[in-house]
Design a protein around this ligand. Structure first.
Ligand SMILES: [Zn+2]
Length: 491
C-alpha cells in the first residue's frame, strides 16, 4: 500500500488454509504481519487492485506455521536421554533424572530448541518451563504460543505452608509475551490441594493450563476392589457395574496415589476432572491411557489433547488411540515433547507417526491426511486458545497472524501434496514466516526482526527460484529488495 506498509504475496503450487479447502496455485497476501487475502493466486493479485506488492514464489506447499502443542525446549540439551529406548515410564524417568541433575545452561539449551523449531516450520509452541532461566525463550525468538511454568512434587501440607506462595511468586516472573500459563505436572506428582488450587490461580488471571495426563500406564482406569475397607458406605465399584469407582471423592483422599492405595480404580482423567482441572482453557499432553469414557469427558469439558507418539515410543509406552480420537471427533493437537524423549523437534515426524498408527488401528477414512495436518496447525492453536481472537493463528484466513510454513514437496496435485506432507514431511520445511517476517530459510535461522518493514532485509536469498516451470508466473522478486514496494510486473 505504502512504503510504510508493504504488501508481500506469498505464493505456492499448493496452499492449505485449514479453514478452507486446499488451493492449487494459491497465494497469501500479507501486510503489517497479518493476512490480507487468501485464495487463488490470480484472485489475490486482483484483490490488490494495482497496489504495489512484492511476490515470494515458494516451491512446494504453503501451510499455516506449525503449532507444537507440547514441548519442553529447555531439555533440548538432553538428547542423549531421548536417543535411547526405554521399558516404560519409570525406566525413562530414572535416566531423565540422572541427566537433569548434571550442569545445564537451560537458557542456551532452550534457545537451541527455539532455533530447531523455526527450522522445522514451527511458529507457536506450548513450552513447559521448569527452570526460570528458560522462561524468556519464546519471546526472545519472536515465537508464538504459551510459556507454562511447571509445578510438581507438591504435597498438601507443603503446598499450604509455602508451595502456593512460591508458585505465585514464580508465576509473576513468567513473561506474558507471547503468553503465560501454569502446568501442574501430572495427577500423580501433585496432591489434591495443589491440583484444586492451581486451576483457580490460572483462571483468576485469565491464563492457560496444560498438564501431562494419561501418559503413564498406571494412570489408566483399573477395576476397583469393591467396598473400600474401613470406609463405611463407600464403594470402590461404580453403580453401573463397570468398576468405575465413582465414589472415591467421598473418601477424602489426599492424592491420586492414595486413592489407588485405598482400592479405587478411577482413571487419572476422571480424577482430575472431579477436581475441576479440565476445561476449555486447559489442554493435556499424551492421552494414551484413556478409556472411551475418559475421552468423552475430555470432549465434554472442551479439553484438547496433544498427541506425542514418538515420545511415547521412546519411553516404551503404547501408541495413543488416535483412530478413536478421530472417529469420536475429539479435538486433537500434536506435540513433539522434548529431546529428552524424542528424536527431534519436528512435528511433521509425529504427523507421520500418527498416520501410521491411525492406519494400524483401522482408521480408513480418506480425510486422514487433512485431519492430521489440521491437528498440527489449527488443532494446536485451538488447544492453547490461540485459534480465535485478535492474535489468532494456526490457519490462513483474513486478519490472522501471518504465520506460515513452506514445505518442499514434489507432488503436483493437492491430494498428492497432502499425502506427501503427512507420510513423509519431516525435514522438508524450507521457510518459516512469523508475523509476516521470514525467520528461517533452507536451514538458516534469521535474527529476530521486530520491525516488519525490514522483514526481508536479513534474508540473504529466497529459498527457491522460479522452480515451478509450468506455472505461468513472472520471475519472483528476490529479497532483499532494494525497493520493498516495487510493483509487480504484469503478465
Ligand atoms: Zn512432556
Amino acid at each position: 500500500m505504502s512504503a510504510a506498509h508493504p504488501t508481500v504475496v506469498h505464493s505456492a503450487r499448493v496452499v492449505v488454509p485449514m479453514t478452507a479447502p486446499p488451493i492449487a496455485d494459491g497465494a497469501v497476501a500479507v501486510r503489517d504481519g497479518r493476512i490480507l487475502h487468501v485464495g487463488d493466486r490470480s484472485w489475490v493479485v486482483d484483490q490488490l487492485d494495482g497496489q504495489p506488492f512484492t511476490e515470494r514464489r515458494w516451491r512446494g506447499a504453503l501451510l499455516p506455521g506449525l503449532v507444537n502443542a507440547h514441548s519442553h525446549l529447555q531439555y533440548t540439551g538432553m538428547a542423549g536421554v531421548g536417543q535411547r529406548q526405554y521399558q516404560g515410564f519409570e525406566d525413562w524417568a530414572a535416566a531423565f533424572n540422572v541427566d537433569y541433575a548434571l550442569p545445564h545452561d537451560w537458557r542456551a539449551e532452550a534457545s537451541a530448541g527455539a532455533e530447531a523449531s523455526l527450522l522445522a516450520g514451527v511458529t507457536s509452541i506450548a513450552d513447559i518451563v521448569t527452570d526460570i532461566e528458560a522462561a524468556t525463550v519464546l519471546g526472545s525468538y519472536g515465537l508464538g504460543g504459551i510459556t507454562y511454568w511447571e509445578v510438581m512434587d507438591q504435597e498438601n501440607q507443603a503446598w499450604q505452608e509455602h508451595g502456593r506462595a512460591q508458585v505465585l511468586d514464580e508465576l509473576a516472573r513468567i513473561p506474558t509475551t507471547p503468553g503465560a500459563g501454569l502446568s501442574p505436572h501430572a495427577p500423580y506428582s501433585l496432591d489434591v490441594a495443589p491440583l484444586l488450587e492451581l486451576p483457580d490461580i490460572v483462571r483468576q488471571r485469565g491464563l492457560r493450563l496444560h498438564l501431562h495426563l494419561g501418559e503413564a500406564a498406571f494412570e489408566g482406569e483399573r477395576t476397583a476392589l469393591g467396598p473400600v475397607p474401613g470406609l463405611e458406605g463407600v464403594d470402590g465399584v461404580g453403580p453401573a457395574g463397570g468398576g468405575h469407582s465413582a465414589d472415591w471423592h467421598l473418601a477424602n483422599v489426599p492424592s491420586f496415589r492414595a486413592m489407588r492405595a485405598l482400592g479405587f480404580g478411577a482413571s487419572a482423567t476422571a480424577f482430575v476432572d472431579r477436581l475441576g482441572v479440565l476445561g476449555p482453557d486447559c489442554h493435556i499432553a499424551h492421552g494414551v491411557y484413556v478409556t472411551a469414557a475418559d475421552r468423552a469427558l475430555l470432549r465434554a469439558r472442551g479439553t484438547a489433547v496433544a498427541l506425542c507418539p514418538r515420545s511415547n515410543a521412546v519411553i516404551g509406552l503404547d501408541p495413543p488411540p488416535v483412530a478413536d480420537y478421530l472417529r469420536e471427533g475429539s479435538p486433537i493437537a500434536i506435540g513433539t515433547d522434548s529431546l529428552s524423549s524424542s528424536p527431534s523437534l519436528d512435528p511433521m515426524a509425529d504427523v507421520t507417526a500418527l498416520h501410521r498408527i491411525a492406519r494400524s488401528q483401522g482408521y480408513g477414512h480418506r480425510d486422514l491426511h487433512e485431519r492430521l495436518l489440521a491437528a498440527a496447525t489449527l488443532g494446536g492453536a485451538h488447544a492453547m486458545g490461540l485459534a480465535v481472537g485478535p492474535d489468532r493463528t494456526g490457519h490462513l484466513a483474513v486478519g490472522a497472524r501471518a504465520d506460515l510454513a513452506v514445505f518442499d514437496v514434489d507432488a503436483r496435485t493437492v491430494p498428492d501434496a497432502l499425502a506427501e506432507l503427512v507420510e513423509d514431511g519431516a525435514g522438508r520445511a524450507v521457510a518459516t514466516v512469523v508475523r509476516g517476517v521470514v525467520r528461517a530459510t533452507d536451514g538458516i535461522v534469521h535474527p529476530t526482526v521486530l520491525d516488519a518493514r525490514s522483514a526481508s532485509a536479513p534474508v540473504p536469498e529466497l529459498a527457491a527460484g522460479p522452480v515451478d516451470a509450468p506455472t505461468p508466473v513472472p520471475a519472483p522478486v528476490r529479497a532483499p529488495d532494494p525497493d520493498p514496494v516495487r510493483p509487480q510486473e504484469e503478465r
